[in-house]
Design a protein around this ligand. Structure first.
Ligand code: HEC
Length: 180
């Protein structure tokens, strides 16, 4: 009986761990965006950098990857769009993010797409009093926190059961006088 319970709990804990690793591209993109891009970018509002809504429609994915890896390299190479956006934003250079893989940049773009509002929705939120935040980094962190919390609790219970169980096994063996 106890054995079954132990295995069930272990299984649930493992599921929890896989669940954390198996986040969708949009979720992955959302958390990278929150930590690496949100200081300068919003999806639907101009901040230090341009609003990124619809960026996948005005640029190719290769362009976006190159730009995020090193926007200044593109400016120096004479890429027209890179120069135009650099000049439009008062020549504030966007810092290089060479460590973000192409795969991860695609996840960020997926997240941007999922958050891109239609033109109609944007005019609506531009009305005073109707502004709403476009991203909520706390939610991501909270979900991660709760999942890890349940994993830790699950593992603790599993460990406790294992301890209790192994004691009862040795008790059983002792009762049967099996030489250990
Ligand atoms: C320190 C501020 C800063 C950070 C951090 C930053 N950017 Fe930028 N970004 C800018 C600025 C300023 C521009 C305007 C163009 C330029 O600097 O050349 C820009 C431009 C862009 C463009 C071009 C947009 C267009 O319409 O062509 C993309 C795409 C972009 N950023 C994506 C990102 C992503 C994705 C991240 C996070 C991995 C990020 N940026 C982080 C400041 C930043």
């Amino acid at each position: 009986m106890k054995n079954k319970l132990f295995i069930t709990i272990l299984f649930i804990s493992l599921l929890g761990i896989f669940n954390v690793q198996g986040e969708t591209p949009i979720e992955e993109g959302k958390s990278i965006f929150a930590t690496r891009c949100a200081a300068c970018h919003s999806i639907n509002k101009v901040l230090t950098g341009p609003a990124l809504a619809g960026v996948d429609e005005r640029r190719s994915i290769d362009w976006i990857v190159n730009f995020i890896h090193s926007s200044q390299t593109m400016v120096k190479q004479g890429d027209k769009d890179a120069i135009a956006v650099y000049e439009a934003f008062n020549k504030i250079p966007m810092p290089d993010h060479k460590d973000i893989s192409e795969e991860k940049i695609k996840s960020i773009v997926e997240y941007i797409k999922s958050e891109t509002l239609s033109a109609a929705a944007i005019t609506k939120i531009k009305k005073p009093g109707k502004l709403r935040p476009t991203y909520t980094p706390l939610t991501v962190q909270n979900t991660g926190f709760f999942i890890s919390f349940f994993i830790v609790v699950g593992l603790l219970i599993a460990g406790l059961l294992l301890a209790v169980h192994s004691r009862s096994i040795s008790q059983e063996l002792a009762d049967k006088k099996v030489p250990l």
